[in-house]
Design a binder for this molecule. Structure first.
Ligand code: NAP
Length: 257
């Protein structure tokens, strides 16, 4: 018996085996789910290669969350792949221009780059959820990923602002879709050494902060604790939890210094 037995889950953001979403897909399968994964254009060939390691190899969908065409077609694409009901969606997507919106350029960032960051990293939680909604049954679970944006971090800049928007958007999804049985929650992970993290100039400093301050310690090379929390939130083991942000950060958020 797995905690996702009988459930069908869409996991976005699988590019490499290092992607948090890859680990989520792996553990969700181990827990009994049928998993479908998505990624967008330029990385799709990588995704196809990477998912071959998963057993069974999941169907791969092309989904650029900034494309209204892709979003409009998503429910039909899923139906064509035999999905009658979708029980969960994992939003594991973020992007900000590393040269202008990250790494210390905060005070000079043009709005165009802010807009892209918020569109891809925050607004898409809502547009993705609404694109999947026609396939939701009596209950469904949406889970997104943040780097705790209640505070500022070195170098994180407009991604921090975008994550604050993501966290808030999740609470509004919880408010608006709760009456329809949809839960929306966020996992606030500590630093994980992925492509997205390495693209942030100066992000190595996060590992130093965690090495010094996380009471439980923290292994930035292992996405398993983060992925397990995502899978738990997808399951029926959090039936009355929504609008929540669960920290998976070795306890760092609970410390003052
Ligand atoms: P990742 O492997 O690079 O995943 C990010 C994904 O977002 C990639 O698959 C990327 O595709 C995709 N993406 C970017 N723009 C997109 C678009 N327009 N449409 C669809 N997909 C798009 O890095 P990750 O660290 O696992 O990131 C997953 C999530 O965890 C992100 O929300 C990230 O902010 C969050 N998070 C990460 C950390 C960390 O330390 N790594 C900590 C806390 C939270 P491409 O590869 O093609 O660009």
């Amino acid at each position: 018996m797995g905690i996702l037995d009988g459930k069908t889950i869409l996991v976005t953001g699988v590019t490499m085996t290092s992607s948090i979403a890859y680990k989520v897909a792996e553990i969700a399968q181990q827990e009994g789910a049928r998993v479908l994964v998505s990624n967008f254009g330029r990385a799709l060939s990588l995704t196809h290669r990477v998912v071959k390691r998963l057993k069974p190899s999941p169907d791969v969908i092309e989904l650029d969350v900034t494309s209204q065409e892709h979003l409009d077609a998503l429910a039909d694409v899923l139906r064509d792949l035999g999905v009658e009901r979708l029980d969960g969606v994992v939003h594991s997507i973020a992007f900000a221009n590393p040269e202008t919106a990250l790494g210390g350029a905060f005070l000079q960032t043009p709005f165009e780059d802010v807009s892209t960051s918020v569109h891809v990293s925050a607004y898409s939680l809502v547009s993705l959820t609404m694109a999947c909604k026609p396939l939701f049954g009596e209950t469904a679970s949406v889970v997104g990923l943040t780097f705790d944006a209640r505070v500022s971090w070195p170098a994180y800049d407009w991604m921090g602002v975008s994550k604050a928007a993501l966290e808030s958007a999740s609470r509004y999804l919880a408010r608006y879709l709760g009456p329809e049985g949809v839960r929306s929650n966020i996992v606030a992970a500590g630093p994980v050494d992925t492509v997205a993290k390495k693209a942030i100039p100066g992000s190595h400093s996060f590992n130093d902060i965690w090495a010094e301050r996380a009471p439980l310690g923290w292994d930035a090379s292992d996405a398993t604790p983060t992925a397990k929390a995502v899978v738990a939130l997808l399951s029926d083991w959090f039936p009355a939890t929504t609008g929540e942000m669960v920290h998976v950060d070795g306890g760092l958020h609970s410390t003052g210094a």
